[in-house]
Design a binder for this molecule. Structure first.
Ligand SMILES: Nc1ncnc2c1ncn2[C@@H]1O[C@H](COP(=O)(O)OP(=O)(O)OP(=O)(O)O)[C@@H](O)[C@H]1O
Ligand SMILES: O=P(O)(O)OC[C@H]1O[C@H](OP(=O)(O)OP(=O)(O)O)[C@H](O)[C@@H]1O
Ligand SMILES: [Mg+2]
Length: 303
């Protein structure tokens, strides 16, 4: 049985229990070798190989749990940190390079509204009533709307994109990643409130100073997994005479590793390259005569 004694002294680490961030968080924990077995009936479980307990919570509740110091560390989206008005109480320790999306004002594509200002005084449906309220509050003020004439912000918990078709709203404020959901609902975006990604957060006023070394260790491990997902190792052979151009193309993080080959005119080069740039880099290496270009994914790293 899991009771308060079992949790006492452990670092509490909040993980989204479902939704878009859940699977990615499990991959991060596995990459950082944080081992646990979760009973599906319980939202708290002990980590086997560290003095940590994982707490599985809705992503939108995690900012206030961390901000109030009820848990020590958490993963959630920057959007829900701002929506819960917890920015002053939580510290963003590390961006995690997933859960990337934008909070946008959307309206029916075929309709008359083409700018957010035209929605002022009308009905807006959203799960982000604080952020949408602030945004349209500013527009209301700029356009001098007050009282009953102000933009009407209404909360729904999900499936926000259906609101316009159902006749409940003139526009919505919701998250967009690929845009598939928005387009399927016949909507298009006319303004962006914020960009968001998943972040590792800790309390700005931690209750347990003694846990700080463990927080640092976990942060370093997770940073290693995140960096590994951003980089590849690029290895190739190139003529010594082209080495200057080659190192300009693949400068590495500190410097590329250069090894001699049996053929004295040639060297082997090994270098970390950002994954998103690798196709261009391979094209450019080919142009300067590099051969045998090999790309390796990283499972983990410390850089
Ligand atoms: N389509 C998306 N692409 C990338 N990140 C997203 C997307 N939708 C949401 N997110 C991020 O994930 C966080 C959690 O949202 P999500 O909708 O997955 O949670 P939920 O509402 O608890 O789950 P569910 O929608 O399954 O009930 C959001 O605050 C946002 O940061
Ligand atoms: O631009 P896209 O790639 O289509 O992603 C955007 C959708 O993802 C989220 O919904 P989710 O899947 O969490 O469902 P929900 O609306 O029920 O929360 C968000 O609320 C959008 O509806
Ligand atoms: Mg959702």
């Amino acid at each position: 049985m899991l009771d308060a004694d079992a949790l006492s002294g452990r670092l509490l680490f909040a993980i989204p229990k479902k939704g878009r961030l859940h699977e990615k968080c499990l991959e991060l924990l596995s990459g950082a070798d944080i081992q646990f077995r979760k009973d599906h009936r319980l939202d708290v479980c002990l980590v086997k190989n560290h003095n940590i307990a994982l707490v599985f919570l809705p992503a939108s509740d995690i900012p206030s749990f961390v901000g109030k110091g009820n848990v020590d560390l958490g993963i959630t989206g920057q959007d829900v940190i701002r929506e819960s008005q917890m920015q002053q109480h939580v510290t963003e320790v590390l961006p995690l390079n997933f859960g990337k999306c934008a909070l946008q004002v959307q309206v029916p594509e075929a309709g008359p509204i083409q700018a957010a200002e035209q929605l002022v005084g009308k009905r807006v449906v959203t799960s982000f009533e604080v952020l949408a309220g602030e945004y349209f509050g500013r527009l209301d003020e700029q356009l001098g709307l007050a009282g009953k004439n102000k933009t009407n912000i209404e909360y729904v918990g999900g499936s926000v994109e259906a609101a316009c078709a159902l006749g409940l709203a003139d526009g919505i404020v919701d998250l967009v990643e690929s845009g598939d959901t928005m387009r399927a609902a016949g909507l298009h975006a006319i303004a962006t409130l914020m960009q968001s990604e998943a972040v590792l957060i800790k309390s700005s006023t931690p209750k347990h100073e003694t846990l700080e070394p463990l927080i640092k260790l976990i942060t370093a491990r997770i940073a290693g997994v995140v960096a590994a997902s951003k980089y590849v190792v690029c290895e190739y052979n190139v003529r010594r005479s082209q080495l200057h151009d080659a190192t300009r193309l693949t400068p590495g993080r500190r410097a590329p590793t250069i090894s001699p080959l049996e053929d004295e005119d040639w060297v082997a080069v090994s270098s970390m390259v950002e994954k998103k740039r690798i196709a261009d880099v391979m094209d450019d290496l080919t142009k300067i005569g590099a051969e045998d270009i090999l790309i390796f994914n990283l499972d983990n790293c410390r850089v």
